[in-house]
Write a protein that binds this ligand. Structure first.
Ligand SMILES: CC(C)(COP(=O)(O)OP(=O)(O)OC[C@H]1O[C@@H](n2cnc3c(N)ncnc32)[C@H](O)[C@@H]1OP(=O)(O)O)[C@@H](O)C(=O)NCCC(=O)NCCS
Length: 181
């Protein structure tokens, strides 16, 4: 897997150096609220270590997981993935988290999604990229809409959060739509 770069970021494979921050983010209730449909539970460091070990040593071609670092000082600020890579139907699911909340709203999310889309369409030759966003996550909805994704549908009341049901929104972008942006 090659390293991807943007104006301000480097997207590169995880290393064990990421353990502390990844564990901190796995234990951040706000991040879990937006990212996960399981209830929040404490994740001990050794579980994160085993997870990272699997990620670092994986040779599964159906998923690419990358750490997001700032180019200026190499600081780890988040992580992203291309999952369910399907080289027959030519599609995948994109996931992104800027775990360092002091870095939200600075355009890093758009930079990451822009580069992942370029990689998917230009280098992996995919036809479609999908993203799932909870209905209570306007920041992420704005991110995908502003990067050219279309809201294609919703799984109604498929997530139970804070005592209420919420929808899971499906966003998608096709190669031809990305090319005409
Ligand atoms: C969602 C997330 C990846 C966005 O990354 P980011 O770097 O904060 O976003 P950006 O600065 O690139 O901004 C993306 C868009 O969101 C908009 N935005 C920023 N804060 C917002 C807010 N509070 N409400 C609505 N829109 C907001 C920005 O204006 C921008 O759109 P625009 O350029 O068209 O104006 C990041 O906030 C995050 O990791 N959140 C927690 C986990 C999460 O939600 N992951 C995604 C799960 S699908």
């Amino acid at each position: 897997m090659k390293i991807l770069t943007t104006e301000r970021l480097i997207l590169k494979p995880h290393t064990m150096d990421n353990l502390n921050k990844m564990n901190e983010w796995e234990n951040d209730p706000e991040l879990i609220y937006f990212n996960d449909d399981d209830p929040f539970t404490y994740v001990p460091p050794d579980l994160t270590q085993r997870y990272l070990d699997r990620v670092i040593n994986s040779n599964d071609s159906r998923i690419i997981r990358l750490a997001i670092h700032k180019a200026c000082d190499d600081a780890l600020i988040g992580f992203c993935s291309l999952a369910e890579l399907d080289y027959y139907n030519l599609d995948c699911k994109l996931g992104i988290t800027i775990g360092d909340k002091t870095e939200w709203g600075k355009g890093y999310g758009k930079e990451v999604v822009g580069e992942l889309l370029r990689y998917c369409f230009e280098e992996l030759h995919l036809n479609r990229v999908e993203a799932e966003v909870f209905s209570f996550n306007p920041r992420s909805q704005k991110l995908f809409s502003s990067m050219g994704f279309t809201l294609e549908g919703r799984r109604r009341e498929s997530v139970f959060k804070k005592g209420e049901f919420a929808d899971d929104l499906i966003f998608g972008i096709l190669r031809r739509e990305w090319e005409s942006l």
